[in-house]
Design a protein around this ligand. Structure first.
Ligand code: SIN
Length: 184
């Protein structure tokens, strides 16, 4: 698969006749909301864990020196907390470009704080994408984040803003908070 997933995503889901779509955000989509939304609600998805295993060549690093950003990895029994947005389908024109460095849209069930559910989409960068970096020790990941920077700013800002946003959501993600403490 190429780095650029825009064309892949446009052929994955058709939104014919649909007036709004739920999108689950678990990384920068929690705190960098550069798109219009109709409604926003904290939510969780099951059996996925957030990991800084995806390379960023376009936002928080460069092709020569990629940074690290989050993706989701399958982990039965895990719960991932994030923010769900109900958006007009045309918002995916923008989001597909923003998430083009390896992320594909997948269907998911999300659960809101009141226990109700909705079907929607989530961007996941799977391990077969060209920008996937995979696991490393938290010290190595933190030092890669500390030295990386790209067109969207320092990689450290991505991590620190995500950790702050998760605290605001009342989530304790040990992977993210351990990286944050190494960085600080
Ligand atoms: C997301 O936030 O849901 C996807 C990963 C990212 O854009 O940081």
């Amino acid at each position: 698969m190429s780095f650029d997933t825009v064309a892949h995503n446009r052929s994955r889901q058709q939104f014919n006749g649909v007036s709004s779509v739920w999108l689950f955000g678990y990384g920068s989509l929690i705190y960098k909301v550069d798109f219009p939304f109709l409604e926003r609600r904290p939510a969780t998805i099951e059996d996925w864990a957030r990991r800084f295993w995806q390379g960023s060549h376009d936002h928080r690093g460069t092709p020569e020196a990629p940074g690290r950003v989050v993706t989701l990895v399958s982990q039965p029994g895990a719960t991932c907390k994030g923010m769900a947005y109900r958006v007009s389908p045309d918002v995916f024109e923008h989001l597909d470009v923003r998430e083009k460095n390896g992320y594909l849209r997948f269907s998911t069930t999300m659960t809101f704080d009141d226990g109700s559910n909705a079907e929607g989409l989530v961007y996941i960068a799977t391990e077969d994408n060209a920008a996937f970096l995979g696991p490393a020790s938290t010290l190595d990941i933190a030092s890669q984040i500390a030295r990386s920077s790209g067109p969207s700013g320092p990689n450290s800002e991505y991590l620190l803003k995500l950790a702050d946003a998760l605290r605001t959501l009342g989530d304790h993600d040990p992977h993210v908070f351990e990286l944050e403490s190494h960085l600080r």
